[in-house]
Write a protein that binds this ligand. Structure first.
Ligand code: ADP
Length: 186
């Protein structure tokens, strides 16, 4: 399934892009492109809940009961349930509304808050899907530039527990967009 791959080193951390299915990743955490209600849904969200089982949804329900809906650009962590990954970090990307509604800053925040949470928990590896570029309609070339830029700057600014950050892109078109974005910065 993982057809293509490419990687660079930033400080001590490996930053990689691969084409594949994020539910099969064995990193400490995988990131879910969730929605604010944290109740599962379509796309990668549905795939993660299906593969991980009910323990993930139970924790999501508890989080929403305690702190309410998850605002766009924020992140929370749950068990990985039956997944190979021990944890799922749920974040909410922005819905694309033409580009003048703060979408780039919100997308940047979704990635940064997820990376911060992983580092705070001392995780060593994390996988991201292409947040917001499915049902949420964010143009993939622009989203890829934001995603790669945040990862590179986060890893350049500080040394953390993270030794590996992976973008797991489902289709070749998305993979190519991230590949081009990576080429622009390294
Ligand atoms: P959003 O609502 O944030 O746009 P989607 O789940 O609709 O989230 O799409 C985000 C990206 O995740 C899309 O590129 C989609 O193709 C991709 N995707 C869907 N299933 C998987 C999966 N199992 N692994 C990795 N990426 C996936």
């Amino acid at each position: 399934m993982e057809k293509q791959t490419r990687e660079v080193k930033i400080n001590q951390t490996k930053l990689a892009i691969i084409q594949g299915d994020i539910t099969r990743q064995a990193t400490d955490a995988i990131v879910n492109a969730a929605n604010p209600g944290l109740m599962g849904g379509g796309g990668v969200d549905g795939a993660i809940h299906r593969a991980g089982g009910s323990a993930i949804l139970e924790e999501c329900k508890q989080i929403v009961a305690e702190q309410g809906r998850l605002p766009t650009g924020k992140a929370v962590i749950t068990t990985g349930g039956n997944l190979r990954a021990k944890h799922v970090i749920h974040t909410v990307g922005p819905i694309w509304q033409g580009g003048n509604k703060g979408e780039a800053a919100l997308l940047e925040s979704a990635y940064r808050e997820s990376l911060k949470l992983a580092a705070e928990r001392n995780l060593t590896s994390i996988s991201f899907p292409s947040i917001s570029t499915g049902a949420y309609g964010y143009p993939v070339a622009e989203a890829a530039r934001v995603a790669i830029k945040v990862a590179v700057s986060f890893l350049t600014e500080q040394v953390t527990s993270l030794t590996e950050v992976v973008f797991v892109l489902f289709d070749s078109r998305t993979y190519e967009a991230y590949s081009s974005a990576l080429e622009e910065v390294v």
